[in-house]
Design a protein around this ligand. Structure first.
Ligand SMILES: *Cc1c(COP(=O)(O)O)cnc(C)c1O
Length: 371
């Protein structure tokens, strides 16, 4: 039959057959093909190559979730007795670094986005990994990555960045000196709130350690999710461009509003990291956080008054989602921890979707009038 499909086939096969034992042996020894889908799968390979090429690395390893990518990557790279230095705030990542890695004998030192000098001192004492997240959840702090990465490299450390909030469109981490880029594909890459997935993108020298850990722990992306991510990536550029634009309008609207105390958006000159973001990012992103001029109850009232914006955790997809961090993503922190992290009860995190900008603003306006 003439004619080739223009989309990749979704290969659900868990295992692969061979004519001859020698062929099977060659695949096991040399990785020259497929043998079992926990090792590799053609549909998963397709999306790994697509993301690697978008991010400018030679390869990528796809996982069942962003957390599977983060945990398998760090476990693959760190040995007992080594040290990890981090500036990161994603809740589950913090739990893994603070509670789990020390039990594996890995030394960990965590810093906030304003502790750069202390972070550099810690790198000077020797570290295997510098783990960063930028922009950071939920205050959208932006880390100046290039000088930190250069310093980490001089001390012999690998630089890993969770670039989920930026997506590959708004930030090109390889240009900033990042060795391994992590994405939760659940967010912008998939983009439709219908899959869980994660990636580690890297060059050949680190790939085997991460791939071997995935093969052993088993947190591999499934073929259907791989296909959905592949499809999501076809519209990533236009989705994120539109989300950047709408988020800027929304942030400016909120900053002018009398019922809003403070807006956190890297695209606004009032954001503490605006200058870094201008230099480092190609777009300011679709996430906007703000403080309602009210208390816990009043903010809840605002959330419940929204009509078209959806009350849901997660981010980066076609629907505009809103959360009050204190009630979910940051609920497990103590009051003191939240205070130290700058997460007040009246904080709202908005993930801007693809709806009409006027409609999003009208919904916010009406709900703020209830406060
Ligand atoms: C969502 C998210 C993760 C975790 O990804 P899952 O796909 O939910 O496992 C990690 N880091 C950041 C910044 C995220 O937003």
């Amino acid at each position: 039959m003439k004619g080739e499909p223009i989309t990749p086939p979704v290969v659900f096969s868990a295992t692969y057959s061979f004519e001859k034992s020698d062929d099977l042996i060659d695949v096991v020894r040399n990785g020259s093909g497929y043998i079992y889908s926990r090792w590799d799968n053609p549909t998963v390979r397709e999306v790994e190559k697509a993301l690697a090429s978008m991010e400018g690395y030679t390869d990528a390893v796809a996982f069942s979730s962003g957390m599977a990518a983060i945990t398998s990557t760090l476990l693959g790279l760190l040995d007992p007795g080594e040290k990890l230095v981090s500036i990161a705030t994603y809740g589950e990542t913090v739990r893994f670094i603070s509670d789990f890695l020390p039990k594996m004998g890995v030394g960990v030192e965590r810093f906030g986005p304003d502790d750069i000098d202390r972070c550099i001192d810690s790198l000077n004492d020797g570290a295997r990994v510098l783990y960063l997240e930028s922009p950071m959840n939920p205050l959208l702090r932006v880390i100046d990555i290039t000088p930190l990465a250069e310093h980490a490299h001089r001390q012999g450390a690998l630089v890993i960045l969770d670039s989920t909030f930026a997506s590959p469109v708004n930030q090109h981490p390889i240009d900033l000196g990042v060795d391994i880029v992590i994405h939760s594909a659940t967010k912008y890459l998939g983009g439709h709130h219908d899959l869980l997935g994660g990636f580690s993108c890297m060059n050949a020298e680190n790939r085997d350690l991460v791939w071997n850990m995935r093969r052993m722990l088993g947190g591999v992306m499934d073929p259907m999710s791989a296909y959905l991510v592949w499809r999501g990536m076809k519209t990533l550029d236009v989705r994120v461009a539109r989300q950047n634009e709408t988020a800027m309008y929304v942030a400016q609207f909120l900053e002018r509003h009398s019922k809003v105390l403070r807006v956190y958006y890297p695209g606004l000159p009032s954001h503490p990291d605006h200058e870094i973001a201008k230099r480092q990012m190609h777009g300011f992103g679709g996430m906007v956080s703000f403080e309602v001029a009210s208390d816990y109850e009043g903010t809840k009232q605002f959330m419940d008054s929204l009509q078209t914006i959806t009350l849901a955790t997660s981010l980066g997809g076609v629907d505009t989602l809103v959360t009050q961090p204190v009630t979910n993503t940051h609920a497990s922190m103590t009051v003191e921890e939240r205070k130290a992290a700058g997460i007040p009860d009246n904080l709202v995190r908005l993930s801007v979707g693809l709806e009409d900008t006027g409609m999003i603003i009208a919904d916010l306006e009406a709900a703020l009038a209830q406060v």
